[in-house]
Write a protein that binds this ligand. Structure first.
Ligand code: G
Ligand code: G
Ligand code: MN
Ligand code: NA
Length: 254
C-alpha cells in the first residue's frame, strides 16, 4: 500500500521518467530503434524497479494513468527527434494487458497522435502473449484499430506465455521479440540455438521482423547475427538510457 500511495504521488508530481534502450541491426550493430522504459526516481528511496511497481500499478488501476503519462512523453519526444533528424527508427512502448483490455485506448492514442503531431509509423506497441491471448474477439478488434491508425505491433517476451501459436496467423503483428530466457544459454545448450533459429524462421515466414532480446555477450551477438535475425537488444550493446544520454549517443552516430 505504501508503494501504491507513493506511486500516486509520483504520478501527480511528474515523478516518473522515460528511459530508452536502443536496439541494433543484427547485420552491422548500428542503432535501429529503441524501447521506452518507465523509471521512477523516488525522492527518498532512489530508483525503484518497474518490475516492482508495474505490478502494483496494474493491480491498483494506476497503470491507466501511468500508461498515459508514458505515451504522452514518448509521442512528444519521438516527434521532436524526428524534427531534429535524430530518430533512429521506431520507438516501442510497452502496454500492460490492463491497458490493452481497455477499449478507450484507441481513442486516447488517436487524440494524442493528433495533439503531438507524431507519425504513427514511428511508434510500435509491445504486447505480451498473455495480453493478446485473453480474449480473441476483443483482441482482433483492438489490434486492427491500432494498425488502422498506422502504428506497429510487436509481440514481447515471445515463447514464455501461452503455448498456442495460432494467434500468430490471426493477428496483424509486425515484430516478434524472442524472450531473453532463450538467449541466456545458447552457448551451453545446442538445442537452444536450433530452437532460436526456427523461431527466427517462423517470424520471417509470417513477414514479421524478429528481435532477440537480453543479449549480454559478444558471443551471443555473433551467433544471432549469423542466424540473420533482424535486430538485437541487450546490455551487451546498450542499457536503458535517460533521454539526454540517448540523444548524445544519437548525435555521435549521426
Ligand atoms: O525496464 P525493466 O526491465 O526494469 O522493466 C521491467 C518490466 O516493466 C518489463 O516487463 C517491462 O516491459 C515493464 N515496463 C517498463 N516500462 C513500462 C511501461 O511504460 N509500461 C508498461 N506497461 N510496462 C513497462
Ligand atoms: O519485458 P520487457 O522485454 O519489456 O522488459 C524490458 C526490460 O528488460 C528492460 O527494462 C531492461 O531493463 C531489461 N533488459 C534489457 N536488456 C537486457 C539484458 O541484456 N539483460 C537483462 N537481464 N535484462 C535486460
Ligand atoms: Mn518490452
Ligand atoms: Na521482452
Amino acid at each position: 500500500l505504501w508503494l501504491e500511495i507513493e506511486l500516486q504521488k509520483a504520478l501527480q508530481n511528474n515523478g516518473l521518467e522515460v528511459w530508452y534502450q536502443p536496439k541494433v541491426h543484427a547485420r552491422d550493430f548500428s542503432i535501429n530503434g529503441a524501447e521506452a522504459l518507465v523509471r521512477w526516481n523516488h525522492p527518498v528511496e532512489g530508483y525503484i524497479s518497474p518490475a516492482q511497481f508495474i505490478p502494483v500499478a496494474e493491480r491498483s488501476g494506476l497503470i491507466e494513468q501511468l500508461g498515459q503519462v508514458v505515451m504522452r512523453e514518448v509521442f512528444t519526444t519521438v516527434r521532436y527527434w524526428k524534427t531534429q533528424g535524430l530518430l533512429p527508427g521506431k520507438v516501442a512502448i510497452n502496454l500492460s494487458p490492463q491497458q490493452f483490455g481497455n477499449p478507450n485506448l484507441i481513442q486516447f492514442v488517436d487524440k494524442l497522435r493528433k495533439a503531438t503531431g507524431v507519425n504513427p509509423n514511428d511508434i510500435t506497441f509491445e504486447l505480451t502473449e498473455s495480453a493478446v491471448m485473453s480474449d480473441g474477439e476483443h483482441t482482433i478488434q483492438m489490434l486492427n484499430a491500432i494498425k488502422k491508425l498506422g502504428f506497429s505491433l510487436s509481440i514481447d517476451d515471445f515463447g514464455t506465455g501461452y503455448s498456442s501459436l495460432s494467434y500468430l496467423a490471426r493477428f496483424p503483428l509486425d515484430e516478434l521479440k524472442i524472450d531473453r530466457a532463450f538467449i541466456k544459454d545458447i552457448e551451453e545448450i545446442p538445442k537452444q540455438l536450433t530452437l532460436i533459429e526456427n523461431i527466427i524462421n517462423l517470424g520471417k515466414s509470417l513477414n514479421m521482423s524478429v528481435v532477440a532480446e537480453g543479449v549480454e555477450t559478444r558471443q551471443q551477438a555473433t551467433l544471432l547475427s549469423n542466424l540473420d535475425c533482424h535486430a538485437i537488444q541487450g546490455f551487451h550493446f546498450y542499457k536503458p538510457l535517460p533521454k539526454n544520454e540517448l540523444e548524445a549517443t544519437l548525435h555521435k552516430h549521426n
